[in-house]
Design a protein around this ligand. Structure first.
Ligand code: F6P
Length: 324
């Protein structure tokens, strides 16, 4: 395989640059040419493709975002869009792809492989950590630490004013960020889409919290079925009917997607990037390179997107016990 191309797609995540760097340098080290496709599938359709050298990825290992930029392409979802993308790759002589992204990226990559057969290996790049086939995704650790830093600050002001804060963290369909930032930030409750949150129970245990606890933090995952942190707050407020208690909401939003990647994310990104190229050269295709139990593993795109990664079983109990 003489020409490999790499792209980032979907929501960016800290560590994507470290992954691009690893892909580019591993490919060159192994004697292949490597091309960057800009703006994900959009750039593939438009032929926004440039050759990368080792120096093209200098000084990016520590940077958030993605030098290749990212996009969520609607055109690639159409057969016509994918045909255009295939023609562009053909025109550049691209023989293999490394796709860095999350479930949307892999859904597209799987379909594209089935239609056109270009070998593709993915790297798990999403802050949500909701990809089966890897213990952690690239960017998750950084996002959790960003959320945690914010929760620590919110806790200071919550305690100073004896207030209850509902903090909304990202995670469209998954509660991993909520759970880990909740444990690390000492939250009283965490609400996640994976489990049905019984508001009545929350209100009941809220009333039972020891009297000395005048402030509380409730972390709400974006995908929580009871609604946004603001909606949850209003429902809880309605039931508690405590006029002396003040309730506030903070939505952390996209700050969780930016910033310099942590050491964990840089190492994971570098390992996955190298494994993706080495996998492609060894004949892997239609799969993702992830890390489970410290070992690199290749998991089919079908499983990555079709199987659900569960939350760590005892984490929610841990929060309940530690919040008394
Ligand atoms: O998938 C990562 C993620 O940050 C989700 O947590 C969030 O729901 C979504 O992307 C936001 O996407 P966008 O930046 O396109 O609004």
């Amino acid at each position: 395989m003489k020409k490999i191309a790499v792209f980032t797609s979907g929501g960016d995540s800290p560590g994507m640059n470290a992954c691009i760097r690893a892909v580019v340098r591993t490919a060159i080290y192994r004697g292949s040419e490597v091309y960057g496709i800009y703006r994900g599938y959009e750039g593939m359709i438009e032929g926004d493709i440039k050759k990368l050298q080792s120096h093209s990825v200098s000084n990016i290992v520590q940077r958030g975002g993605t030098i290749l930029k990212s996009a969520r392409s609607t055109e690639f979802r159409t057969p016509q869009g994918r045909k255009k993308a295939y023609d562009m790759l053909n025109a550049h002589g691209i023989e293999g792809l490394v796709a860095i992204g999350g479930d949307g990226t892999f859904t597209g990559a799987k379909l594209f492989f089935e239609e056109y057969g270009i070998p593709t290996v993915g790297c798990p790049g999403t802050i949500d950590n909701d990809i089966f086939g890897t213990d952690y995704t690239i960017g998750f650790d950084t996002a959790v630490n960003t959320a945690l830093e914010a929760i620590d600050k919110i806790r200071d002001t919550a305690a100073a004013h004896d207030r209850v804060f509902f903090v909304e963290v990202m995670g469209r369909d998954a509660g991993f960020i909520a759970v880990e930032s909740g444990i690390g930030g000492g939250a009283e409750f965490v609400m996640v889409p994976e489990t049905k949150s019984n508001l009545d129970n929350i209100v009941k245990s809220f009333k039972n919290l020891r009297k000395s606890k005048s402030s509380s933090i409730i972390v709400v995952a974006e995908g929580e079925e009871e609604g946004s942190a603001e909606m949850v707050m209003n429902k809880v407020k309605e039931q508690i009917k405590d006029k002396d208690r003040e309730f506030k909401v903070t939505t952390l939003g996209h700050i969780q997607r930016g910033g310099n990647p942590t050491a964990r994310d840089r190492v994971l990104a570098s390992r996955c990037g190298m494994a993706a190229v080495e996998g492609l050269l060894a004949g892997e295709k239609n799969c993702m390179a992830g890390v489970m139990n410290q070992q690199v593993v290749y998991t089919s795109f079908a499983d990555c997107i079709g199987k659900t990664k569960p939350l760590i079983a005892d984490h929610l109990k841990l929060i309940e016990i530690l919040s008394i």
